[in-house]
Design a protein around this ligand. Structure first.
Ligand code: A2P
Length: 273
């Protein structure tokens, strides 16, 4: 059985989800989603801006796994935040996915207007069409502002985190507020070559695991929801084959030393899109 985390509203989220950023719409996404569900994943993380919601929905249906057994996340894009059209954008995402609810709906970035979007998401949640709502790419100061003005605490904050950029201070802050942390670019993304780091191979060799499996395990043991992306079925399977070994405290500490302090992706205070 795969590990799960119970969100602050009682919703249960599987701790590994397939990420589909930069996964092309059409067969590539359909096949990635199918491969993941066949491998045992029960969690898919997409977004309006990824352009592949329809294929995510198709992959779920083709897999034969009942919709209610799959945790589906999508996200409200910045243009829709700025245009104050969260509710319409949400309905459009449901239509593309071909579902009548999502498990988690996130504000993708703290774009101007996110405060009103948060109010709109609360109404969406009350309607039952999003089981949980949360944010993404929120720094401490964004969360402080939100919490000072809202009775509803976000269920999750999806942020960049990997051994290259652990983002540990923010992780601790978010966890300290009872908010789940989800890691994007958990394997270091496409920039750099985190998975080529000798230390990760050395640690993996002790357990018969790859660098990617070591990194996913490191996230799991930090209590983080991890969203590895791959378009290759073999890697998708491999990234889910991480429940039969445990990193030692020394392994965890060694991996933490890889952090450069440099982001792989955009800074939530200066993202320009
Ligand atoms: P690909 O989709 O070609 O497999 P992140 O999840 O941090 O964004 O990083 C994913 C990157 O790592 C992608 O470029 C993906 O490429 C690659 N990747 C995913 N899983 C593995 C794996 N098990 N081994 C090697 N590379 C992987």
């Amino acid at each position: 059985t795969q590990p799960t985390i119970t969100l602050n509203n009682g919703t249960v989220i599987p701790q590994i989800g397939l990420g589909v950023f930069r996964t092309p719409d059409g067969d590539t996404t359909v096949n990635a989603v199918r491969s993941a569900l066949e491998a045992g994943y029960r969690h898919i993380d997409t977004a309006r801006i990824y352009g592949n919601e329809a294929s995510v929905g198709e992959g779920i249906r083709e897999s034969g796994v009942p919709r209610e057994d799959v945790f589906v996340t999508t996200k409200l894009w910045n243009d829709d935040i700025r245009a104050h059209r969260a509710k319409d954008a949400f309905n459009e995402s449901l239509d593309r996915l071909g579902v009548d609810y999502v498990d988690l709906y996130l504000i993708h970035w703290p774009a101007d207007g996110w405060q009103q979007a948060w109010d709109d998401l609360q109404e969406i949640a009350q309607s039952g069409r999003a089981k949980a709502i949360g944010v993404s790419n929120f720094h401490q100061h964004h969360l402080n502002e939100l919490l000072a003005n809202s009775d509803v605490v976000p269920a999750a904050d999806q942020i960049e985190s990997s051994p290259q950029f652990t983002n540990q201070e923010l992780v601790d802050f978010v966890h300290g507020h009872g908010i789940a942390v989800e890691a994007w670019s958990p394997l270091g993304g496409t920039g750099g070559n985190l998975l080529g780091t000798p230390l990760l191979a050395e640690i993996g060799a002790k357990y018969g695991k790859s660098a990617a499996q070591v990194v996913i395990r490191w996230h799991l043991q930090r209590g983080i929801v991890v969203l590895p992306k791959s378009t290759h079925a073999e890697r998708i399977r491999q990234n889910f084959d991480v429940f039969d070994f445990t990193l030692t405290d020394a392994d965890m500490a060694a991996i933490n030393t890889l952090s450069t302090g440099h982001r792989n992706g955009a800074d939530p205070d200066n993202f320009g899109f």
